[in-house]
Design a protein around this ligand. Sequence first.
Ligand code: FAD
Ligand code: MG
Ligand code: MG
Ligand code: MG
Ligand code: MG
Length: 527
Amino acid sequence: LTAASGGGIVAYADSARAEEAPEPPPRKKKVVVLGTGWAGTSFLKNLDSSRYEVKVISPRNYFAFTPLLPSVTCGTVEARSVVEPIRRMFEKKGKDVAYYEAECFKIDPTKKAVHCRSAVGTNLDGNGDFMVDYDYLVVALGATVNTFNTPGVMEHCHFLKEVEDAQKIRKSVIDCFERASIPNISEEEKRKILHFVIIGGGPTGVEFAAELHDFLVEDLVKLYPAIEQFVKITIIQSGEHILNTFDQRIAVFAESKFQRDGIELSTGFRVIKVSDDSITVKCKSSGVETLVPYGMAVWSAGIGTRPVITDFMSQVGQGKRRALATNEWLRVPECDSVYAIGDCSSISQRKIMEDISTIFKVADKDNSGTLTLKEINDVLEDICDSNKESMVVNIEEFKKALSHVDSQVKTVPATAQVAAQQGYYLADCFNKKDHCIEHPEGPLRLTGSGEGHHNFRPFRYKHLGQFAPLGGEQAAAELPGDWVSMGHSTQWLWYSVYASKQVSWRTRVLVVSDWTRRFIFGRDSSR
Ligand code: FAD
Ligand code: MG
Ligand code: MG
Ligand code: MG
Ligand code: MG
């Protein structure tokens, strides 16, 4: 309400002065967007950029369609086909949107500015540093890999987060096959070189294992028949099951398919160290440690916080958290005009347990700090709107019921689906901001949340389901309404959904023609 009435006063002052001299149009508010991943581009695509001066900062001048990265690791899809140039996405927005290829290394909420470092050019100071100020900041920096400080992981494992990672994995797989084909190599050495280990049995690790298996049986065994027998793929998972964020039926289906394929599942093992040729794993139940020789390892066991986010969190007093906390309107509560979306952030839902004290205060009409039975009755009558004879109130049960509701409020997962919906939601809020300031009591005032100018409904995530491609032209899908589907037809559903989800017709054509090429000619196995 405060922001809304403040806006009203400004508008009044403007109209008074307008009689004297023609007023230049008011300065457009500056919106700075950090990151061009799922969250950032979804925000930018939906933002009405004629209302704002928009500046976009990201070290990569393209958007990457991450769900297809596992396919890039084996050449099923080419790297070029899964990226869309950022400048192309903003083409239609004209000069209202500026893009700087740089990395933000510090957010300064008191000066309302971000400090950036360009990877390419140098300025007069001899480095590539510059500062950009903002009226509104949208933080969409995503997450980084998390090694949980396991020794050797950074040095020896591959990751699967960026396009470059997928390209490196592809080279490395072929590399292992060529190395194992050199004469005078012992069988034991061949087995080691051709042992591909995936650490982490989440959707990314599982999809990569499936891709790799297909690549081996469909293409590589024909090209390297002499060493086929030495190839092995292992998934190491610390939990009891792979794909544990999916429906149990999907996990069971995936596990039995992998067993038939000969992909080894080491569940209940934790990786404690990685050296250049072996991985030390510890059995969680027995505590016994074993050395696993390997040729190539991919670490896909969780996401971590980017240093610039960690630094920002400590500045605003969120020191101990894993992700930047926002309210349900995606604003960082400690700062005036900083918003955070996607994997770098998490929404802290209002706790119902905290609301109990509000209910208590409302009920305590005489401000005595205690409630009489009549007061309790009155307020419960108000809340429940039901008759008192049939209602028995037990405050402990009441609390228990409320805390149960609390625990049912799920945090949203770190997925592209969430990031894109948050970007869309926030752009919508930005597009309607002016309207709300001009018409504080207007039809857009939907909730009256007391959140300053947030006259909008809070963000609500709509889960549209998830896929797990399992290789051999089979996939599993979990769709809303407890609908699970598995097998070959689901793979066709996957093809059509992922073709339709492409951000442009250009990438759609590229991806579909890559799939077609693969069906006809197989994958390219050159380095
Ligand atoms: P990102 O998409 O990671 O974007 C972050 C952006 O910030 C990037 O443009 C980056 O270059 C930029 N950036 C980084 N550091 C800086 C800096 N210092 N300054 C400025 N800019 C910076 N989700 C699904 O829903 N379905 C899937 O099938 C799926 N498959 C996946 C497969 C793989 C291999 C991976 C890695 C992820 C997958 N995900 C999937 C998850 C999904 O990709 C993420 O949840 C999503 O990318 C999060 O979006 P974001 O915008 O928060 O972060
Ligand atoms: Mg982003
Ligand atoms: Mg992305
Ligand atoms: Mg998030
Ligand atoms: Mg009282």
